[in-house]
Write a protein that binds this ligand. Structure first.
Ligand SMILES: Cc1cc2nc3c(=O)[nH]c(=O)nc-3n(C[C@H](O)[C@H](O)[C@H](O)COP(=O)(O)O)c2cc1C
Length: 381
């Protein structure tokens, strides 16, 4: 067993297998990513006025230097006053551009690639928040969960306008020099509120059945693709679980999943990031494939898995006062990568406490891994 943080391993044997599977380069669209590790997007609330400063650039540089092949930034606000739900989240206004250019050039120094995660919180926005306290949460049906109306139901014009804002932001992201964009379509935020039947009760082209609930996301991707050209990487993250309901299922079986994802593939998405809390959990009965595994099988696209890699418990504990998490084996991950179940793996908390985590795995320095603790995470090292 490869226990990270434990030196009782057969380093020789395991190292060669790890090198072949996890440290093989991969091409996504036209982009060469040097290995299979992505940094999972993680909100850090360190960008006052939406502007990423030198501390943000240095934080991402440490992970690039630490060997991460692809950095996915923390969620970055869509340029609409309703997209904000939390303090000090970065945005894309002109004053933020130099900060992002610094982030990108510091990451590129190490040959790592970087995607910008574009995020609108939808119904999670609470009234009274900046930047415009009177602006409510914008949502497909006003719902934050089934039967719980808390926010504003977008009109057809609002939806059209929001899609165009997303597309303009994606053009900005490309012009800043990012290698790609990841639409945050997971965890119960705006795009996911369109995907999820509990929060989307529209009867127009943006709701009604699972295929139509995919239209908001696919329309953004289709129009963005037309603007940014065929070579710019477009990714989307989605999840079955929601912060509103950990047991939620967008897709109850593989047919549902195919119906949900096909419009995104047809629209021109390059890579799909399937967010799990625990990557080893099978998604549907009768197969050990996880959500990223099914997504790859159904779409034929490269996929990214995520969820408790190198750690014993999942990230919800982070929000429930769990101060420390023990390191855990990655054998199962290596095996699934060997089996080509998915193409990349995103690592979240393990990289918060240890920016060198990827290099330590590559070099077999497992006993030097710094286990995850809230203290390390909050230090913003
Ligand atoms: C502090 C923190 C902030 C997060 N912020 C985001 C975010 O901005 N966007 C997102 O898609 N997921 C976010 N997540 C979820 C992570 O991307 C990831 O899916 C989750 O932590 C599971 O990976 P892990 O078990 O390796 O930590 C966040 C997680 C943490 C711990």
């Amino acid at each position: 067993m490869i226990f990270l943080g434990d030196n009782l391993i057969n380093k020789q044997v395991k190292k060669s297998s790890i090198m072949e599977t996890l440290f093989n380069p991969i091409k996504i669209n036209n982009l060469d990513v040097p290995n299979r590790f992505a940094m999972a997007p993680m909100t850090r609330n360190k960008s006052p006025d939406g502007i990423p400063g030198q501390n943000v650039a240095d934080y991402y540089e440490r992970r690039a230097k630490g060997g991460v092949g692809l950095i996915i930034t923390e969620g970055v606000e869509v340029s609409h006053p309703s997209s904000s739900g939390y303090p000090d989240v970065p945005g894309l206004k002109p004053q933020a551009h130099q900060g992002w250019k610094n982030v990108i050039s510091q990451v590129h120094k190490y040959d790592s690639k970087i995607f910008c995660q574009l995020w609108h919180v939808g119904a999670i926005r609470k009234p009274g928040l900046p930047p415009e306290p009177k602006v409510p949460g914008f949502t497909p049906s006003g719902l934050v969960r089934k039967d719980k109306k808390v926010a504003y139901e977008m009109t057809a014009d609002d939806i059209e306008n929001m899609i165009e804002i997303y597309v303009r932001d994606i053009e900005i992201i490309k012009n800043l020099g990012f290698d790609g964009v990841e639409l945050h379509g997971a965890h119960g935020y705006l795009i996911d509120q369109f995907f999820w039947e509990d929060t989307n009760q529209r009867i127009d082209g943006f709701g009604g059945n699972i295929q139509l609930r995919s239209s908001f996301a696919s329309e953004i991707i289709k129009r963005a693709r037309a603007k940014v050209g065929k070579d710019f990487c477009l990714a989307i993250r989605f999840s079955q679980w929601k912060q509103q309901d950990y047991e939620a299922k967008l897709a109850k079986n593989q047919d549902d999943l195919e119906t949900l994802l096909k419009p995104l593939v047809d629209a021109g998405v390059d890579v799909i990031h399937a967010s799990n809390r625990r990557f080893w959990e099978p998604e549907f009965e009768g197969s050990s494939l996880n959500l990223a595994g099914w997504t790859k099988k159904i779409t034929g696209l490269p996929t990214i898995t995520v969820g408790s890699v190198g750690l014993e418990s999942d990230f919800i504990g982070f929000y429930q006062g769990e101060d420390e998490v023990k390191s855990a084996p990655i054998d199962d991950l290596v095996k699934r990568m060997d089996d080509k179940e998915f193409d990349m793996v995103a690592v979240g908390r393990a990289l918060l406490s240890d920016p060198e985590w990827v290099n330590k795995v590559r070099e077999g320095r497992y006993d030097e891994v710094i286990p995850f603790s809230k203290k390390h995470a909050e230090n913003y090292y």
